[in-house]
Design a protein around this ligand. Structure first.
Ligand code: AMP
Ligand code: MG
Length: 432
């Protein structure tokens, strides 16, 4: 049987990044930058003041107590009209352009405020003090953002600061989701005997969105070849097609047959998720994911998510893997890789511990709800004992919040002297 890493390689084989499109900055959060960004000009564009105060010549303040004539007031957005000469200065606000002749700014707190056209400056001012130089943040022409990065608040702010109203990002792959099975009913519709609501459709659509794709809901196909083919035709405009169910060894497992022309695999040595197929339909990569809800989501995570991430042009399409210590044994027979659902917790010692979810059944959604990650036990490994250090593929990072003492407040340990010593240990050293 194909190993999981071989299946991943086959899934990624030939997948290339989609074309780019231009979107306005306010629509670009979470999108992938398609081309490197260079600064069209210096940032800041001109020398300006970092403080509310007085722009002056530093050499004037050598005596430590100086009186200077105030020539004018320069507001942020204003234009300096006068040149600062020895014995003179200009009142200046944060962000206002530095006037000609000035080489430093003294903050208003170190003066008498300059009540009537003359200001007294206390202390010696160094040249360049409280001046933000043109290009100090970014030089004109400098490489600022690399292609392939995910745009967050800081990157969008940087692009806006450089004057870009829009940005070139990778198109998001459209991913069709088709559930199969005579027993499967859309949520919201009444159930007959033996029927179940489709949990896979909405869960897959959520995972597609999280991965950066655009899900297309293609409904439920019946367990007959004609009905299945008609339903598959609804998927043809997507860049990637996903079906769930109908890929194992049962009588109604027709998806494998529908994929038979371009079939690359139909079984992978992994648990959960052994019955999973990859083929091509309408010239598009098509995954036949298992119907069992956990198998469906876990195989999406291993095989489909990397493909979506590669189509987005992300350089590292795989989910992060961390090390954790098992709190309970996990039983396993060699022959298939095991991806065990586990809850993660970060202890006060900084060690991350993994507790296997109560149900490891491939049909039990409760195990998936509990899980923060998948403990990876490789194909050849046997049982993993409690206390073993294992690798865990992280599904979500909420465990990083769970054990925190709460919002960090300066001096909190002084306000609550009754708190036990170990609860506040180390907090007093925090900075910023
Ligand atoms: P299959 O692979 O079609 O034999 O399905 C395996 C198991 O998954 C069966 O118990 C199905 O009822 C269940 N199943 C199939 N499709 C879905 C779905 N869309 N949502 C939830 N469970 C499903
Ligand atoms: Mg079925």
């Amino acid at each position: 049987m194909l190993r999981l890493d071989e299946a991943v390689a086959l899934a990624l084989d030939g997948v290339t990044a989609l074309p780019a499109e231009r979107v306005s900055l306010d629509r670009a959060l979470g999108r992938v930058l398609a081309e490197a960004a260079h600064a069209p000009r210096d940032l800041p564009p001109w020398d300006n003041s970092a403080m509310d105060g007085f722009a002056l010549q530093a050499a004037d303040t050598a005596s430590g107590l100086t009186q200077l004539r105030v020539l004018e007031t320069i507001m942020a957005g204003g234009v300096p009209r006068q040149t600062v000469v020895p014995g003179a200065c200009a009142r200046i606000m944060t962000g206002a352009p530095l006037p000609a002749g000035a080489d430093a700014v003294v903050m208003v707190e170190d003066t008498d405020g300059g009540p009537d056209g003359v200001v007294t400056v206390r202390g010696v001012v160094q040249p360049g003090q409280h001046v933000r130089r043109a290009g100090e943040d970014v030089r004109a022409g400098a490489h600022v953002l690399s292609a392939g990065l995910v745009l967050g608040a800081a990157e969008l702010g940087m692009l806006a600061a450089m004057g870009a109203p829009s940005v070139m990002v990778r198109q998001r792959p459209r991913v069709a989701v088709l559930s199969t099975g005579d027993e499967v009913v859309e949520p919201g519709f009444p159930l007959g005997f033996g029927q179940i609501w489709s949990s896979n459709t909405v869960a897959l659509m959520a995972m597609i969105t999280e991965a950066g794709g655009e899900p297309i809901h293609c409904g439920v196909a019946p367990d007959d070849a004609q009905g299945l083919n008609a339903a598959l035709a609804r998927c043809q405009h997507a860049e990637l097609i996903l079906t769930t169910g109908g890929v194992s060894m049962g009588d109604a497992d027709l998806v494998k047959a529908a994929l038979s022309d371009g079939l690359r695999f139909h079984k992978v040595a992994v648990q959960p998720g052994k019955p999973v197929a990859l083929g091509r339909l309408f010239g598009k990569p098509t995954f036949g994911l298992p119907g069992n809800p956990v198998s469906c989501l876990v195989t999406f995570q291993q095989l489909v998510r990397p493909v979506i991430r590669a189509m987005l042009g992300l350089p590292r399409p795989f989910a992060p893997v961390i090390e954790a210590v098992l709190t309970a044994a996990v039983s396993k027979r060699p022959g298939r890789a095991l991806l065990a659902r586990a809850r993660l917790q970060r202890g006060a010692d900084g060690v991350i511990r993994a507790t296997p979810a109560r149900s490891q059944s491939s049909g039990a959604m409760s195990g998936m709800v509990e899980a923060d990650g998948l403990v990876i036990l490789p194909l050849e490994s046997g049982d993993a004992p409690a206390g073993a250090t294992v690798r865990v593929q992280v599904l979500r990072w909420r465990f990083m919040d769970r054990d925190e003492p709460g919002y960090w407040r300066e001096g909190a340990e002084r306000e609550a002297p009754e708190a036990p010593a170990e609860a506040s240990a180390g907090e007093g050293d925090a900075c910023c």
